[in-house]
Design a protein around this ligand. Sequence first.
Ligand code: ADP
Ligand code: MG
Length: 595
Amino acid sequence: MPIRVLPSHLVNQIAAGEVVERPASVVKELVENAIDAKATRIDVTMEGGGRDLIRVTDDGGGIPEDELLLAIAAHATSKISTPEDLVAIRTMGFRGEALASIASVARVSILSRQRNAQAAAELLAEGETVTGPRPASGPPGTTVCVRTLFFNTPARRKFLKSEATEAGKIGDVIESLALAHPQVSFSLRSEQRLILDLPATDDPKRRALEVLGRELESKFLIADGSDGGITVWGLIGLPELAKPSARHIRIHLNGRPVVDRAILHAMREAYRGLIEPARSPMAVLFLEMDPREVDVNVHPAKTEVRFRQPALVRQAVLRGVRRALKDADLVPEFHVSTGSTQAAPFAAPRGTGLGAQSYGASMTGQAVAPAPMVYSEIVARLGPKPPVETPSEPAPALVPTMVRAVEILQVHASFVVTQDEQGLLIVDQHALHERVMFEKLLERVSQGPLERQQLLLPVILAVGGPELEAVAEIAPLCERIGLELVPAGPRALAIQAFPSFLFERGVEPGPFVRELLAKAVDDGTRDDTEAALAETLDMMACKAAIKAGDRLSLEELRDLLAWRERVDRSSNCPHGRPTSLRISIRDLERQFGRG
Ligand code: ADP
Ligand code: MG
C-alpha cells in the first residue's frame, strides 16, 4: 500500500483511542471543559453506565455559534496559542482534541449559548456527518450530549465493563474534579436518580468531607504547609483508615487530578510504621505550584505529569504529611458492644466508589472482629526473660500524673492495662517496646554509626555465593549499624563485630546475620538506602524487644509506659500495627447503660 495522509475522521478515531478509553473519560473531558468555561454549576446525567447517554450541562461562558464547528475540529482550542502558553498551562484542557475525538466515536450534540447572545445554537455530529450549527433555544451555557459511545467501533464497546463498574468510574471522575473545585456545584444522575449532589462552597474541607463522608470528619487530619515553593494542603486519614489499595489517595495538582508514583511513594513513606506495609492511607491532597515547574503535556488524558524537580515535590509532601501525623493522637478507639465485639482499628469505612451503592456511605456495620488472642500461643513462646532495657537517659519528667499514680496491670504477661485522660488504655507490650527501640535506634544512627561489640571469637557462618555478594552490597549499611562481616574463604563468612545494642539484649549474631542476608538477597539492589536502613533497624528492634509472655516488674511497666509518652509514633509498632487501643469512658458508660 502506498503511503497516504489519513482522512481527518480516521485521525480523530486514532486519537480517540488514547483520549476516550471509556465513558468516564468522556465525562472527564466534558466536565473539564465546563470548568474551563468558568461554570458555577455542572450537572451530569448518564444512562447505561454512560454507554447509552452522557449529558453534561454547564452555566459557563458558552461557545459562539460561528465557533461550534471549530470546537469539534481536531487541534482547535481557545486555551493556548503560543509555545510559551504550553509551558505554563493554567486550564484543564489545552490539546484541542477531546471534542473531536469524542465526536469520532459517538453521536454528539452540542447546544450552546453565550451569556449575552440572543439565542442558542446546536451542532450535531455523528461519525463523519456533521449537521448545523442551526439556531436553537436554550439557557446560557453549554450542554453536550454523547450517545451510544463507540457505536462505530464495536470492539471498543465490547471491551467495556459492567454498567455498574462504568458508572462507578464516572462517579470517581466527578468526585475527583469536584474535590479540586469546591466553588462549583456538581450533580450526577443515573437513569433519573440523583446519586451525587455537591453544593458549591468556599471551604475545600467541607467539599472534601461531602465526598469522603461527613461521618469521617474525626478520622482525618489537616495537612497544611509549604516547602520549596510548593503548597501542600489536604485531608489525610488516620492510620486506622488504611486501605489495601492506593486508589484512596487522591492527588490534585493545580486543580488537576493526577496520578503520580513519586507522590504516592512519599505518602507511604510519611505513614511508614503507622500502617502495615501492604496498605495505603486514605487522603485527599492538593498541591499548588508554579505551572512552569511542571509539564502536564506528557499524557493524552493529562493524568500524568512530569515535575521539573521531582525531589522537591516528594519532600514537600513527605514533610507536610509527616508534620500533620506527628502531633496527632493516633490511638485507635476500640468500641465494645454487647454480644459481639466490634473492633474499630482495622475496620475501614465503605469506599465511596459508586459501584452498586450510593455515595456518602456511612460507617455502618463495618465491624471486623479482631483475631482472637490465643493465650496458649503466648504461653508457648514463654522463653527466658531478657532484662527490660532501662532507658539510659532518665525517664521523662513529664509522665502524666495519672499514669504515674494509677495501678498498672500486666495481663497474661503480654498486655499492659492502664488509664489515660480519655479512658482505658490497653497496650501490647511487645509492639510498644519494639517501637520504642526502633525510635531510639533511629535517633542514634542519625548521629553516627552504632556502637559495636568486638567478638572475641568471630562467629563463622557457612554461606552461598548470593549471600557473599550481598555482603558487599550491604557493606555501608553494616557499617552504620555496627556490624562487621568479613569473608572467610569461598563459602564462609565471619562475624567480627556485632551491634552492642543487640549484644546486650542477648540477640544471637548468627541467626540475625542470616536473616539480614536473606533479606538482602531477596531485595536485590536497593536504591532507597534510607528505607533499607529503616527495615534493618526494625528487624533489630523486633529482635531486641520484650516479647509477649515476658513478665515485667511494676518498675519496668512504668518505664515502658513512660517511653510511650516520649517517642514519636508510639501509637503503632514499626510494622504499622497498633501498640495501644483505647476504650473511652464515654463508651464504657454507654455499655453499662449510663450514657
Ligand atoms: P480543549 O479543551 O483542549 O481546548 P476540547 O476539544 O475539549 O479542547 O474543546 C475545544 C474548544 O471548545 C475549547 O477550547 C473551548 O473553546 C470550547 N468548549 C468546549 N467545551 C466547552 C464548554 N462546555 N463551554 C465553553 N466552551 C467549550
Ligand atoms: Mg477540553
